[in-house]
Design a protein around this ligand. Structure first.
Ligand code: PCA
Length: 157
């Protein structure tokens, strides 16, 4: 079984979690195209660890640019582990436009129940950990294990 996934953050090529596509080996994945969301969404960088979040607030922010992949069940399951779906990021099927301007239905990882004050933060069209924002992503193993990355992000934490 194959699934389409649109990634906008650290899973993109050249970004710090791209290796999750190849984790454990044996899983199959294919880069399909650069793509952008049909609807606008706020893409922000949050917490002191500079984590990218796509907030589920259609109409705010930008038509976010990212990458469209096809993955098998094994890779899909690993991506769900990384994103802690459905406890943290929650994936939903949305439409993106690929580089041939075709509209494609695909999974995207969102933060659905976010604190509204996050909408005051700067919103990006395209994420890069090493972007001009200067907020480089901090890998999990470098974080304080007692700090909840969900606090300040999720509405119910
Ligand atoms: N990884 C996922 C969601 C946010 C993140 O850093 C992605 O790249 O789409």
């Amino acid at each position: 079984m194959f699934h389409k996934v649109f990634v906008y953050g650290t899973l993109k090529r050249g970004e710090p979690n791209h290796h999750w596509f190849t984790k454990d080996e044996g899983g199959a994945f294919k880069f399909l195209s650069e793509a952008s969301t049909i609807e606008k969404y706020p893409l922000i960088i949050g917490t002191k660890y500079n984590i990218p979040f796509l907030l589920h607030k259609p109409g705010a922010g930008h038509n976010v640019r990212g990458e469209l992949y096809e993955v098998d069940d094994k890779v899909f399951a690993n991506l769900d582990i990384l994103e802690d779906h459905p406890n943290y990021y929650v994936r939903q099927v949305k439409q993106v436009k690929n580089s041939a301007s075709e509209v494609v239905d695909t999974w995207i990882y969102f933060i659905p129940n976010f604190r509204t004050e996050l909408l005051q933060q700067e919103m990006y069209e395209c994420y890069s950990s090493l972007g001009a924002h200067g907020r480089q992503y901090v890998d999990r193993y470098l974080r304080d294990p007692t700090f909840s990355v969900k606090s300040g992000i999720l509405d119910n934490e």
